[in-house]
Design a protein. Structure first.
Lengths: 152, 204
C-alpha cells in the first residue's frame, strides 16, 4: 500500500514538473487552437555570398553558400555536378565533391560519382537568414578543448 | 516534245488563263490600281494579324501538348514569376523577333502542326521519350544564332557584373564577354525541365 502511494506521488511530481517545463518551451506545432488559420511567415532570404562556412564538426556535410533555385537535381540531370564534379572543377573553380563520393560503401573507388551520393541535397543544404525557433546551445569541439587548462 | 507542246497549249487555252491575260474591257485603270492597293493592304494586314496571333502564349497553350507539359514547367521558373513582374512568354524565347527570321521559324514550325495533328507527343510518355530530341533542336538553334532570343532582353552591355554574385560575375567575364561561350552553353533547362543530360557537354 505504501509502495503504491509512493509511486503515485512520484508520478504526480513528474507530471507537474513536465507541465511546468512544457510551458517554457516555445510552441512548435502551430496556433492554439490548432484549427485557427494564421498567415504563413515570410520566406527568408537565402545566403548567397559564396563564402564557405566552417563545419561545426569534421564530418558535417559542407553547407551551400549560394543560391540553388532552379537547379536541376533529378534522374535526368544534376546541376550541382556541372561545377563540383572532379572534371569540371578547373573551369568552375568550385570545390570538388569529396573523394568519398567516388567510392562505394566498401571503400572501393568507382569510375564516377557513386549512385548513393548522387542526391546532393540529401546532406548539403543552403542556408537562410532565419532566426532559430529554439536557441541552439551547441558548442564546437575546439571551443571545448580551448577551455581546458593546458600543460596537464 | 509533243507532250510539252500539248501541255503548253492546254495552259494558254484554259478560259481562266485567257481571261487573266487579256486586258480589262470594262474595268478602269484607276479601279484596278486602287483596288489592287486596297486588296494588298487588306491581305497584308490580315496576314500580319494572323501571324501575330500565332505568336501569343494563348495560341501556343491552346494545344494540350504545350499547355500540360512545357507551360506547366515554365510556371515555376523565374521567367514566369519574379520580384519585378516582368515575364517572358513562349514566343519571346522560341520565335525570332526579326521579320525574315520569324517567317523562317514559322515555316519550320509547320512541322509542329503536323506533329499535333498526328499526335507525335500527345501523351506524357511520348513527350518524355522525345524530350531530348526536341531540346537538342532548341539548343542547336540558340547556339547557331548566338542565343539571340536571350539577348533580346539580356544584353551583355547592360549587364552590371558588380551587381551579380562573384561566382556569376567571374563566369560571365571569362566566357560571355570574351565571346567564348553563348548563353545557352551554360543556361540549359532554365525555363523547362531537362531531358536526360547524359553526354551533353558540361553535364555529368
Amino acid at each position: 500500500m505504501r509502495r503504491l502511494l509512493l509511486s503515485a506521488c512520484a508520478g504526480a511530481t513528474c507530471l507537474v514538473a513536465g507541465a511546468l517545463f512544457a510551458q517554457e518551451a516555445p510552441r512548435l506545432t502551430g496556433p492554439e487552437p490548432f484549427t485557427k488559420e494564421t498567415p504563413a511567415p515570410p520566406m527568408q532570404r537565402q545566403v548567397t555570398d559564396d563564402v564557405r562556412r566552417k563545419r561545426n564538426y569534421p564530418d558535417q556535410p559542407p553547407l551551400i553558400p549560394h543560391a540553388i533555385e532552379g537547379y536541376a537535381l533529378d534522374l535526368n540531370a544534376n546541376k550541382c555536378l556541372a561545377c563540383h564534379a572532379r572534371k569540371f572543377t578547373e573551369q568552375s573553380q568550385a570545390p570538388m565533391i569529396s573523394v568519398t563520393h567516388y567510392q562505394d560503401r566498401e571503400g572501393n573507388t568507382l569510375g564516377g560519382v557513386s549512385p548513393r551520393r548522387y542526391s546532393c541535397l540529401a546532406c548539403h543544404v543552403p542556408q537562410t537568414a532565419a532566426k532559430p525557433l529554439v536557441p541552439n546551445t551547441f558548442v564546437d569541439m575546439d571551443a571545448l578543448v580551448e577551455r581546458e587548462p593546458r600543460g596537464r | 516534245m509533243a507532250a510539252i507542246a500539248r501541255a503548253w497549249s492546254w495552259f494558254w487555252l484554259n478560259p481562266w488563263v485567257r481571261t487573266a491575260t487579256r486586258p480589262p474591257v470594262t474595268l478602269s485603270l484607276a479601279f484596278l490600281t486602287l483596288g489592287g492597293f486596297v486588296a494588298g493592304v487588306l491581305f497584308w494586314g490580315g496576314f500580319n494579324t494572323v501571324l501575330e496571333h500565332t505568336n501569343t502564349e494563348a495560341f501556343c497553350t491552346s494545344c494540350h501538348e504545350m499547355k500540360t507539359n512545357v507551360f506547366e514547367e515554365l510556371k515555376g521558373t523565374i521567367h514566369y514569376a519574379n520580384r519585378s513582374g516582368v515575364r517572358a512568354t513562349c514566343p519571346d524565347c522560341h520565335v525570332p523577333h526579326q521579320w525574315t527570321d520569324k517567317i523562317a521559324r514559322k515555316m519550320q514550325a509547320s512541322k509542329e502542326v503536323w506533329g499535333h495533328l498526328f499526335g507525335s507527343i500527345d501523351t506524357r510518355d511520348k513527350f518524355l521519350d522525345l524530350r531530348r530530341h526536341l531540346a537538342e533542336h532548341e539548343w542547336a538553334r540558340m547556339k547557331a544564332n548566338d542565343s539571340l532570343e536571350c539577348r533580346n532582353c539580356h544584353s551583355a552591355q547592360s549587364m552590371d557584373v558588380s551587381k551579380q554574385n562573384p561566382r556569376a560575375a567571374a563566369a560571365h567575364e571569362k566566357d560571355l564577354f570574351t565571346g567564348q561561350k553563348t548563353c545557352i552553353d551554360c543556361h540549359k533547362g532554365i525555363a523547362h525541365k531537362l531531358p536526360n543530360m547524359q553526354g551533353v557537354p558540361g553535364w555529368q
